[in-house]
Design a protein around this ligand. Structure first.
Ligand code: 8DG
Ligand code: MN
Ligand code: MN
Length: 380
């Protein structure tokens, strides 16, 4: 610490991720990948605090403009606890962290990683299965587990859903949804959010936010969209949730909750693929019949559709753009530093006892007294 005091770092990293610019590419991947494995492993053991501590350390390093070459460079950086520092030090010295290597080799981590990657399977279910001796995908089928409808879809389309969605595929699905929406109401708008809006070239799903310039006209849109897509045979699975957000006349109760109450649809799309695409894998006897014919070549893709009234659109857009850590930090900042409560619907000022309206993301950052961070720099 004494050595730190004499240092004047070239860079400053603010405490909250929402105060920092975090690009997609950064020079410290070696460290952040390691810390995120520890974070993920802690999550698999349901140690939320530990998981968050490792994630926060990783997130700070993602915002560094230069590659870390010595632990001295850690001086003055926030959120990097003793344990994370030890991991970083070991990587600096040996190129790898023995703890991370141990986690990667562990049966528990490997099994939980596969099981939680299945659509509809969270840490709780995966943990129960693990305790019942289930270790991999095949074990689920042979153990005759009772599956939810969602998990059934997750199992059925496991292979497709485990392969990343490309930008091209995301754009194709967005186009399809836009056409369906335009055939209902030409004024309704579809925006791509989530990782793709942050500039990612690959994602685990496609997140689409739908709104209408006239307040109230968005109601009922989703059901019509689904009817159209379903009649085109494009939905392999879907589950809708209705809007449970009654106009905000009560202050948000759980400002840190990441769940919102918009009308939404979690789905699996059947995306047609252009012929002769991708892998040159020859068609063999083991290739499923429905994939041998080029004319019906398709891929299952996870798609989230969310509908927001236009008065809440800016908040919905900010909330659904992520990253999840950026969102969590925005809410924590609002609560702890500004006595405000933020969610994907609204911002409530606890001092003035009023909701602060916004029609753009810029206005929300301004309400919070934060410099605007564009989507590409929200990869915290
Ligand atoms: P990825 O799909 O490329 O892996 O990354 P992502 O796009 O950043 O992650 P995501 O899991 O699709 O979530 C996108 C944003 O959506 C995330 O920052 C938080 C927001 N979101 C909500 N409500 C919900 C919800 O109920 N479930 C999930 N998964 N995300 C939600 O606002
Ligand atoms: Mn996503
Ligand atoms: Mn999503």
């Amino acid at each position: 610490k004494a050595a730190c005091a004499s240092l004047t770092p070239d860079y400053m990293v603010p405490v909250y991720a929402c105060q920092r610019r975090t690009p997609l590419q950064h020079p410290n991947r070696l460290f952040t990948d390691a810390l995120e494995i520890l974070s993920e492993n802690a999550e698999f053991f349901e140690s939320e605090g530990r998981s968050l501590a490792f994630y926060k350390a990783s997130s700070v390093m993602k915002a560094l403009p230069i590659r870390l070459t010595s632990t001295v460079d850690l001086c003055g950086l926030p959120c990097i606890g003793e344990h994370s520092q030890r991991v970083i030090k070991e990587i600096l010295e040996d190129g790898v962290s023995s703890e991370v290597e141990g986690v990667l080799q562990s049966e528990r981590y490997q099994a939980m990683k596969v099981l939680t990657s299945i659509f509809g399977v969270g840490v709780k279910t995966a943990d129960r299965w693990y305790r019942e001796g289930i270790r991999n995908f095949g074990d689920i089928l042979s153990s005759g587990q009772k599956l939810t409808k969602e998990q059934e879809a997750g199992v059925k389309y496991f292979k497709d859903l485990s392969s990343p969605v490309t930008e091209e595929e995301a754009n194709s699905i967005t186009d399809t949804v836009r056409k369906a929406v335009a055939s209902i109401d030409t004024r309704a708008k579809v925006t791509i959010t989530g990782g793709f809006r942050r500039g990612k070239q690959r994602g685990h799903d496609v997140d689409l936010l739908i709104t209408h310039p006239e307040e109230g006209k968005e109601a009922g849109l989703l059901a019509q969209i689904i009817t159209i897509l379903d009649s085109q045979g494009l939905l392999l699975y879907y589950k809708t949730k209705e809007n449970t957000y009654t106009a905000p006349r009560e202050p948000p109760v759980k400002p840190h909750s990441t769940l919102d109450r918009f009308e939404r649809c979690f789905s699996v799309f059947k995306l047609s693929l252009p012929p002769f695409r991708g892998s040159q894998e020859p068609v063999s006897l083991s290739t499923p019949l429905d994939k041998t014919c080029i004319a019906t070549d398709w891929k299952a893709v996870r798609v989230d559709l969310v509908v927001s009234p236009c008065s809440q659109y800016a908040y919905a857009l900010l909330g659904w753009t992520g990253s999840q850590h950026f969102e969590r930090e925005l809410r924590r900042f609002a609560g702890s530093e500004k006595q405000m409560a933020l969610n994907s619907h609204a911002l409530y000022d606890r001092k003035q006892n009023e909701f602060l309206s916004a029609s753009t993301e810029e206005e929300i950052f301004a309400h919070l007294g934060l410099p605007f961070i564009p989507p590409h720099e929200r990869n915290a």
